[in-house]
Design a protein around this ligand. Structure first.
Ligand code: SAH
Length: 229
């Protein structure tokens, strides 16, 4: 790491982001707030976008994909109720930013990205930042990561038409799964809890994610269906 990175010019901007965009909107878990204050979000976007990295919106990360809005990252992370002991699965590594936040809050993080170039750059930045508890794999996340299951928490950061069955199967008893479910334009952030009495659902609000493409998500060829076909 270079000295300019060690001297983090964005520390104050990041603290302001957490206060204005996240705490003030109701995210209160102190561990989550601390993680978002710590992780250098700008290092997960292309350098020409550093100045925008702490804005209240998603940003492009290449390959037509995006890093989520900070508030959405905080909301989804809080919904997983992490204490530090958990084994977590993430689908949609993208930039690696959400994985880093999870890496601060859980014991081990397994994250799957279908696009090799994104997985590789995420792996690089996570390694450079010293996260040894985050494991990146290239593949179809809708199949889960059976060898490492069960997971105490599963986070899906792409929009899906339904809850992929393998993920429910790979969720531990009392585990939490958070996933945006809906059509290609808007989804409902859905939390599924696996209890001894069965699956319990609750809904955390509306959101808009890029598509989860895979065996249990959208089909590869299924293009955005615009108004004009
Ligand atoms: N969590 C990311 C943002 C995710 S954007 C971050 O913090 O930056 C959604 C990502 O999901 C994209 O990178 C996309 O390529 C990936 N994706 C879509 N379908 C997938 C699948 N079936 N398995 C794994 N990754 C998938």
């Amino acid at each position: 790491m270079t000295s300019s990175e060690q001297h983090d010019a964005y520390q104050k901007v990041r603290a302001d982001m957490v206060e204005a965009q996240i705490r003030r909107r109701g995210v209160s878990d102190p561990r989550v707030l601390r993680a978002l204050t710590k992780v250098p979000r700008h290092l997960f976007v292309p350098s020409h976008l550093w100045e925008q990295a702490y804005g209240d919106h998603p940003l492009p990360i290449g390959e037509d994909q995006t890093i989520s809005q900070p508030y959405i990252v905080a909301l989804m992370t809080e919904a997983l109720d992490l204490t530090g002991a958990e084994k977590v699965l993430e689908l949609g590594t993208g930039s690696g930013y959400q994985a880093a936040v999870l890496g601060e809050l859980a014991r081990e993080v397994y994250t799957i990205e279908r696009l090799a170039s994104l997985a590789e750059s995420a792996r690089l930045v996570l390694e450079r930042l010293g996260y040894t508890n985050i494991h990146v794999r290239i593949g179809d996340g809708t199949l889960g990561w059976p060898e490492e299951s069960p997971f105490d928490a599963i986070l899906v950061t792409a929009g899906s038409p339904q809850v992929p069955r393998p993920l429910v199967e790979q969720l531990a008893l009392n585990g939490r799964l958070v996933i945006p479910v809906g059509d290609q334009y808007s989804q409902t952030l859905t939390r599924v809890r696996k209890t001894a009495a069965g699956l319990q659902h609750d809904y955390l609000g509306g959101c808009r994610f890029v598509r989860l493409v895979g065996a249990h998500g959208w089909q590869e060829g299924e293009q955005r269906k615009g108004f004009f076909g």
